[in-house]
Design a protein around this ligand. Structure first.
Ligand code: HEC
Length: 170
């Protein structure tokens, strides 16, 4: 019975919010990369390097971070996986709205500089924190190499897609 009412409440909320409600990433087009990051690139050979990818996985799953979100302290205990790991029951990232790295359609558009910029500085007004004070540049690249395998069936692959968007701030 309680379950049933739960569904009714969710249904009402969904109807009230209506079609205007979308996840942040659904309609957002990709932003240009700030000049300071435009020259940052994946070290040679790292997309395919199993050791680098394994190290990236470890950082992804174990890094601790405290950050401010809307004036409150948030604790990240299990690295990126705290929000980006897939919740098997819901088949989406644990944190609603967090990027789903399995999406080849989306991830094939990321230039390496864009990817690095977003992790370094975070995404304003969202729960995506900045990592530049916590992870070294090398560590950030390792995490990216690992994340990249998600859109390639968990296998190493070159990040060479015709869809890559290279946009730099004027
Ligand atoms: C506290 C939750 C949280 C943690 C921890 C977190 N993220 Fe995110 N991340 C998000 C959210 C939410 C978004 C979506 C932001 C948006 O709407 O563009 C996101 C987006 C991203 C994006 C895509 C940015 C874009 O422009 O589309 C990348 C890449 C990313 N995260 C990488 C990481 C990495 C790497 C880590 C760990 C070092 C990490 N995230 C940890 C919440 C988190």
């Amino acid at each position: 019975m309680i379950m049933k009412w739960g569904y009714v409440v969710v249904l009402i909320i969904t109807v009230l919010l209506g079609p205007g409600f979308t996840y942040a990433d659904e309609e957002e087009s990709m932003k240009p990369v700030p000049k300071a990051y435009a020259g940052k690139h994946m070290p040679k050979g790292w997309w395919m390097d199993a050791k680098v990818i394994a190290e990236g996985k470890k950082i992804f799953e174990t890094t601790h971070l405290e950050f401010d979100y809307k004036g409150k302290k948030e604790q990240v205990k299990d690295g990126c996986s705290t929000c980006h790991a897939i919740d098997p029951a819901k088949d989406r990232p644990k944190q609603r709205g967090a990027r789903d790295f399995r999406s080849a359609e989306k991830m094939h558009q990321f230039s390496d500089s864009y990817w690095f910029w977003r992790i370094s500085e975070g995404v304003p007004k969202t729960k995506m924190p900045a990592w530049k004070d916590k992870l070294s540049e090398e560590e950030r690249w390792k995490v990216i190499a690992y994340e990249h395998t998600w859109s390639h069936g968990n296998q190493p692959a070159e990040h060479a897609h015709k869809e890559i968007k290279v946009l730099v701030e004027p």
